[in-house]
Design a protein around this ligand. Structure first.
Ligand SMILES: [Zn+2]
Length: 92
């Protein structure tokens, strides 16, 4: 599967950029709507495609990494109120 900006949005993915500079460690989620506007909805948006366009917004380092997370790992997802479901098998 090849990610494109539109597909990332449709699948409700979150793409976060992590700075590898030990003095910085800045991280931020990419604005996928902005990405789509910049690259076009069908442009390739795999790690290698994005990494060479990215640099850290804080220190300017190009030594950054990307993490693609599915919707269930999004920030703001409600925490399990009981905390006892941890480790249970996830349905597919
Ligand atoms: Zn940085």
């Amino acid at each position: 599967m090849v990610w494109t900006p539109q597909r990332l949005i449709d699948e409700r993915m979150t793409v976060r950029v992590y700075c590898h500079n030990a003095k910085c460690h800045h991280h931020a989620a990419i604005d996928l709507t902005l990405l789509r506007d910049k690259l076009g909805p069908d442009a390739p948006a795999m790690k290698d495609d994005l990494l060479r366009r990215l640099k850290c917004g804080r220190c300017g380092s190009k030594d950054v990494g990307l993490i693609y997370s599915p919707a269930t790992l999004r920030e703001g997802w409600p925490e399990n109120p009981n905390g006892n479901a941890y480790g249970k098998a996830k349905g597919r």
